[in-house]
Design a protein around this ligand. Structure first.
Ligand code: B12
Ligand code: SF4
Length: 524
């Protein structure tokens, strides 16, 4: 019997964090479905107990984020045992024709801890998309729990999937997807979908109607602010060996442009609608390398921001793009605070080369000096626990972190995600099996290598910022905490408190959210 299609889509995000966040892809998927006449419902696991302290907790505890009074944390959290019954109830009540799930690798692994217990009706399509589908679609389909996966740009793919469901047609043959081949019973990859132009990708406003303030209340510089993630471009022109961005770009190699800036008009149309509803304080801009975009685009974006938005914003970029001319273009935005984050990753030349960073340590130092002189708030991203890395090399990174002295620092433990060049290095040497469950960047290492053990990396991560921020006379105390973390909690807390006292003395008393340090502008 032919199924009667009610055109209902349930979107689901197995969020591994113990807090809400605006997901970049969900509002896009929702808008596309609604534009195609579908009814949409959204559900996620943000407010269920995970049993694991999440990244925000650890970043506060380890001295990376200035502690705030806890108001940003959601207290109304349901027990983990409610995840399956709640999800089941939504499916039974809403009766979706399709369940669309988005996930990175961690999200997928978490999903597998409860999704097999959820009873999905035989005729409901389960679609999975997001980073994990890029390289692991065959494994995903082999679980028998997913009917179709999507890799690359969904803006082309989703309307085609929905149309096939409406017409009760089989889901095979859609570019940008994997399905199980009916004849062989094996996962089958279709060709990549044609790359879309900026106008096609952002030809509509994402749908944020599913979010309440729990999703955008965030700690920022010791305060609680309304922070919203905003996409202003997609793709990165660089090829670091620990990152998936090059894989996405290579997907479209020879077929068209993947590194692409969002049309300015569309960005501001979205911002104005967002401000009417949410009145955001800080925009966290998602663009892998903001200042690598064309100068004319940056100038127009910042000029309009200065006239129409005037709110604080955060960007990420690379050392080689943060030159005086581009930094001064940012000033056109009249933003109270502009935070610039750069991936530094390592203070050791061998490790930087292993990561294919093509970066010079003196230039990194000069770049942070320049950004500070010109009044920007800085964030520096470091990583540790790379394959072949030694303790001495991690200490080169600690020394660089001391001398860069960024306003905030994010230290992450390298995770060997599927398909990355550095993952192959670890696997080829037998330091991972490839079947491990991935911790977050703040939980621990899973690489069992001779140069530094996983346990040593995890212990050193917890005190990295103490080594980097405190005078060296405290290093023997820090080593005590490193060697026996559990039994030295009081000492740890004292050292963390001291870290913030020293930071206060080193920085100005000005409120970074309301005061912009005035710096002379060059000739832009
Ligand atoms: C921005 C970003 C973040 C932001 C997220 C901002 C936000 N509010 O969503 C922040 C900083 C919070 C973040 C956190 C993390 N991130 Co991150 N992040 C990125 C980044 C740079 C861009 C992702 C993005 O939003 N792109 C824009 C959206 C629109 O694109 P998209 O997600 O690819 O979705 C498209 C398609 O995949 C598809 N699609 C997506 N979902 C679905 C679902 C269905 C059903 C369908 C059909 C299609 C579909 O449609 C979308 C539109 O075309 C990527 C690198 C990259 N270039 O992808 C890393 C990346 C995704 N992050 C990564 C990781 C590991 C993390 C962390 C887990 C790190 C950690 N702390 O341990 C955390 C997650 C913490 C958590 N659980 O909340 C890894 C993932 C690796 C992997 N194999 O899983 C990446 C790839 C970076 C890397 N290391 O290479 N991240
Ligand atoms: S510059 Fe950043 S986004 Fe680009 S490849 Fe390197 S780590 Fe990934």
């Amino acid at each position: 019997m032919t199924k009667i299609i009610k055109k209902r889509m349930l979107l689901f995000w197995p969020n591994t964090a113990n807090r809400g966040r605006i997901h970049m892809a969900i509002p896009i998927l929702s808008a596309i479905a609604k534009m195609n006449g579908w009814e949409v419902k959204y559900h996620d696991t943000s407010f269920y107990q995970k049993g694991v302290d999440d990244a925000t907790f650890w970043r506060e505890k380890s001295g990376a984020f200035k502690p705030v009074d806890g108001k940003h944390l959601t207290t109304d959290v349901k027990p983990a045992s409610q995840i399956v019954p709640d999800f089941q109830e939504i499916i039974d009540d809403f009766k979706p024709d399709i369940i669309g799930i988005s996930g990175m690798t961690n999200d997928w692994q978490y999903l597998m801890s409860f999704f097999p217990q959820v009873k999905v009706p035989e005729d409901t399509v389960v679609a999975f998309g997001g980073t994990h589908a890029l390289h692991s679609s065959a494994e995903i389909l082999k679980t028998g729990l997913v009917d179709i996966t999507c890799f690359g740009q969904v803006e082309y793919v989703l309307p085609k999937i929905l149309k096939k469901i409406e017409n009760n047609e089989p889901l095979d043959g859609i570019p940008g997807t994997w399905v199980i081949d009916k004849e062989t019973g094996e996962p089958c990859r279709n060709c990549v979908s044609p790359p879309l132009s900026a106008e096609e990708l952002w030809g509509f406003d994402p749908d944020y109607s599913m979010y309440d303030e729990r999703y955008y209340t965030y700690p920022f510089d010791g305060k609680v602010v309304k922070m919203f993630w905003l996409e202003t471009g997609r793709g990165c022109p660089f090829s670091c060996t620990y990152c998936e961005a090059p894989q996405l770009r290579n997907l479209y190699k020879g077929k068209g442009k993947y590194v692409i800036s969002r049309p300015i008009e569309n960005i501001f149309s979205t911002i104005h609608k967002l401000q009417e509803k949410f009145d955001i304080d800080v925009f966290n801009i998602t663009n892998e390398c903001f200042l690598s975009q064309k100068k004319s685009w940056i100038r127009e974006f910042c000029t309009r921001w200065g006239k129409e938005v005037k709110k604080s914003f955060l960007i990420q970029t690379r050392v080689e793009t943060a030159d005086i001319e581009r930094l001064d273009l940012l000033r056109l935005s009249n933003a109270p605070t502009i935070q610039i984050g750069q991936g530094i990753e390592s203070g050791n030349k061998r490790i930087l080369d292993l990561c294919n960073r093509k970066m010079n340590i003196d230039k990194i130092k000069a770049s942070y000096k320049l950004m500070k002189e010109r009044g920007f708030r800085t964030n520096a991203f470091y990583m540790m626990g790379f394959p072949t890395e030694t303790r001495e090399e991690v200490f080169d990174t600690i020394e660089l972190c001391r001398s860069v002295n960024s306003d905030i620092d994010s230290i992450s433990i390298f995770q060997p995600y599927p398909g990355l060049p550095l993952t192959c290095l670890a696997k080829d040497n037998g330091w991972i099996t490839g079947d491990e469950i991935f911790p977050t960047f703040t939980e621990g290492s899973i690489i069992n290598q001779p140069s530094i053990t996983a346990e040593e990396v995890t212990k050193l991560w917890k005190v990295f910022l103490l080594y980097a921020k405190l005078p060296k006379k405290y290093w023997s105390d820090i080593k005590k905490v490193e060697d026996n973390f559990e039994e030295n909690q009081d000492l740890y807390q004292k050292l963390i408190d001291l870290r913030w006292k020293i930071a206060e003395r080193n920085t100005s008393a000005e409120d970074p959210l309301t005061v912009t340090k005035q710096v002379p502008l060059s000739s832009c």
